[in-house]
Write a protein that binds this ligand. Structure first.
Ligand code: AMP
Length: 398
């Protein structure tokens, strides 16, 4: 069975075609700048990368062009559309309506559309992607996999916000959490790597990418997570603020005359490590500048590592102890120095890093010493594989 995984953003369409017999990625890519006049597709196949410029107006045209490539002599990996058995869609927000992946029906599409109020930027492109598949590759069973679903096990005293209860009732204002597909994959994979049942482990997963969140996982279930009502909360990120004194927001709006949209833009795109350093949202640049003596880059690095360590301690409380910490996503998998600095804050809880093992990047690896009370691992995430596996499982049981 071959499963096509689709991840639609407002101006992008990412995809992977996965052979589920051996979970091999046959082709993958990203269509960028859809509807902006200068769209291009980056298509990767057989270890080669091709950039194909082809302006498109919408997701449907993007999908059509991408499917042509999958079928083509030059870049193709399939000879007929019949080879695609099913499609899995990444859906960033399922509110509290979905606690697991589901087969997409008309009713499910309406339910996903009803999440638009809480995810106005992310939901419309998903619905466009679903519609595009119905037109371009009709008749394929499709599955929705939600970033929020894994966190539906978080209990109410952990997801409720201390604001008047009427806002929870009126707007469903509560913590939802995101990156659930990654937290689920990494916690299960870590248990496998440790030769343990995930049900016997208390794990803190640190998904540290452009967007970043931590999750406390016990019995294989999310107990608490750092992102909340929106993905701007929790730990500070590359360009997002993370948690703040709420008065910072109202103070700035008054002093700078920001509209709500302008304020959101500051919190989402100009804050975090970029905001403090003034250098870049990319940790590679931060490390370079900090090592060359840039004081604000050093400050941003220190603030980030302290912040992540604080949140790990938070989840030690939520889990009543920690057996293992897993680092994943761009920074977690690659930034050796950041992992080291975070772990230095955690020596009190029995974390001992093996500095040599920690030199590794982007591979499954235990990086704590054999006598470390809390085990520390690098576990590369693979959200697309989770989407493909869920799709296969649901479609096989139809
Ligand atoms: P993500 O959102 O998971 O793609 O993570 C993006 C961030 O990870 C970037 O801003 C970098 O700071 C970091 N990153 C990604 N790849 C590498 C790499 N090969 N080496 C060092 N840092 C990396």
């Amino acid at each position: 069975m071959k499963v096509l995984v689709i991840n639609c953003g407002s101006s992008s369409l990412k995809y992977q075609l996965i052979n589920m017999e051996n979970e091999e990625v046959l082709a993958k890519g990203n269509y960028e700048r859809i509807g902006q006049g200068n769209s291009f597709l980056t298509h990767k196949v057989n270890g080669e990368k091709y950039v194909l410029e082809n302006p498109v107006d919408n997701h449907e045209q993007a999908l059509e062009f991408m499917i042509e490539q999958l079928l083509s002599d030059k870049y193709g990996v399939i000879s007929s559309l019949d080879e695609i058995s099913a499609v899995g869609h990444r859906v960033p927000h399922g509110t509290d309506l979905f606690d697991k992946s589901v087969l997409i029906t008309d009713e499910i599409k309406d339910l996903i559309a009803s999440c638009t109020d809480l995810a106005p930027i992310h939901t419309p492109p998903i619905l466009n992607g679903i519609k595009a598949c119905e037109k371009v590759i009709p008749g394929k069973p499709m599955v929705a996999v939600f970033d929020t679903a894994f966190h539906q096990t978080i209990s109410k005293e952990k997801y409720i916000y201390p604001v008047p209860y009427e806002y929870f009732e009126k707007y469903n204002m509560r913590k939802f959490g995101f990156h659930g597909t990654s937290h689920r994959f990494v916690s299960q994979r870590l248990a496998e790597l440790m030769n343990k049942d995930v049900k016997d482990l208390k794990i803190v997963v640190c998904h540290l990418g452009q967007g970043a969140s931590l999750c406390g996982v016990k019995d294989g279930k999310s107990v608490d997570t750092s992102m909340g009502f929106t993905p701007v909360s929790g730990i500070m990120m590359c360009a997002r603020s993370g948690d703040l004194d709420p008065s910072v927001v109202t103070f700035l709006m008054k002093k700078e005359g920001f509209t709500p949209d302008e304020m959101e833009n500051v919190l989402n795109k100009k804050s975090g490590v970029l905001g403090i350093s003034g250098v870049s949202p990319d940790f590679r640049d931060i490390e370079k500048e900090a090592d060359e003596g840039n004081q604000r880059a050093k400050l941003a690095r220190e603030a980030y590592c302290y912040n992540v360590a604080q949140y790990i301690a938070k989840y030690a409380v939520a889990l009543n102890g920690v057996d293992a910490i897993a680092f994943t996503a761009g920074i977690g998998e690659n930034q050796i120095n950041i992992r080291k600095r975070i772990c230095e804050h955690l020596e009190w809880m029995g974390v001992k890093l093996d500095l040599e093992a920690n030199q590794s990047r982007g591979e499954d690896k235990e990086i704590s010493t054999p006598d470390s009370k809390v085990k520390v691992w690098v576990v590369p995430t693979n959200e697309e594989l989770v989407i493909a596996r869920d799709t296969k499982q649901i479609v096989e049981n139809l």
